[in-house]
Design a protein around this ligand. Structure first.
Ligand code: RB5
Length: 139
């Protein structure tokens, strides 16, 4: 399952991503927030992390203004590997090399078009294991 979480600065992009998922019949759980009203991103990051960790198959898409705050909070959980991605290449490598289970986007710095391209790649790219697993074991 895909878990969506955002703060007010990521709300618009999250809604655009949800519309894309709906058009493709892709299911996602939205843990909020649900409006442009100001919220504290750690609350939404914690809510997202909780749902991601319910099933090892789950992946998160977390969005705040820069993506930095969501990344910092999510990565405090040792089972989360949250990657703030800014390009198609970083979205692919976050999966191939880092086995990222959360894609983090900066809502104020990422267009809908680019976000959807990154999401498609993130969701369809496999972890390469091997030396990359050895490195993850050292986290
Ligand atoms: C909210 O203004 C902003 O600080 C937040 O969305 C995020 O960018 C924090 O890292």
């Amino acid at each position: 399952m895909i878990i969506l979480a955002c703060d007010h600065a990521g709300f618009k992009l999250k809604e655009e991503i949800k519309a894309f998922f709906n058009s493709e019949n892709i299911s996602a759980i939205d843990v909020g927030c649900y409006s442009n009203d100001t919220v504290d991103y750690p609350d939404l990051a914690h809510a997202g992390v909780e749902r991601v960790l319910e099933n090892p198959q789950n992946v998160g898409i977390f969005i705040c203004g820069t993506g930095i705050g969501m990344s910092m909070v999510a990565n405090r959980n040792p089972k989360i590997r949250a990657a703030l991605c800014t390009s198609k290449q970083t979205a692919v490598l976050a999966r191939k090399h880092n086995d990222a289970n959360v894609l983090v986007l900066g809502g104020r710095h990422t267009s809908k078009r680019k976000a959807i391209k990154m999401i498609k790649l993130f969701l369809t790219t496999d972890f390469e294991r091997g030396r990359h697993q050895q490195r993850i074991n050292k986290f």
